[in-house]
Design a protein around this ligand. Sequence first.
Ligand SMILES: [Zn+2]
Length: 187
Amino acid sequence: MNIKISDIANLPSRFGNFKVKAFKEGCKEHLVVFKEPLEEIPIVRVHSECLTGDALGSLKCDCRDQLEFSLNTIEKEGGMVIYLRQEGRNIGLLNKINAYALQDKGLNTVEANHQLGFSADERTYEMVTTILHHFNIKKIKLLTNNPTKINSIEDIDIVERLPIIIDANVYNEAYLKVKKDQMGHLI
Ligand SMILES: [Zn+2]
């Protein structure tokens, strides 16, 4: 895969002053948000795009809370958020909205994905290794509640897992319970 890499630019934000760098992989464009200087073993959050949560503040999931927690963490302690464009656990926005429609009829997030012919989680993480190698990072402290992610990131030494602590709300309580009970998330 031919990957195009942008220059580094400043991104002042409500969470702090960050640096950003974009990675274009085919039609997908990913973003790395980071604080300089990067430590030898930086804190890294791998966040998959969720338009409804990240941009619109949807209460159906915890994506925006996790993103905000991560940006606040790297502002304070340094590190990097790798924002991967794999919307809806990589089934895309249109399929995700169809899954939401099935959830409106009573299916949970895993059942809805299965009914549409997808597995519960279609995400991949090869790009994470490519990006970390680009930054010459070999060891990280991974900010995640998802143990699958720890096993999915190859050729990088994950020396520590740091948890993301957020509160449930009335809309995402059931979703978080499915993530914990059926998808093995440590929350
Ligand atoms: Zn979400």
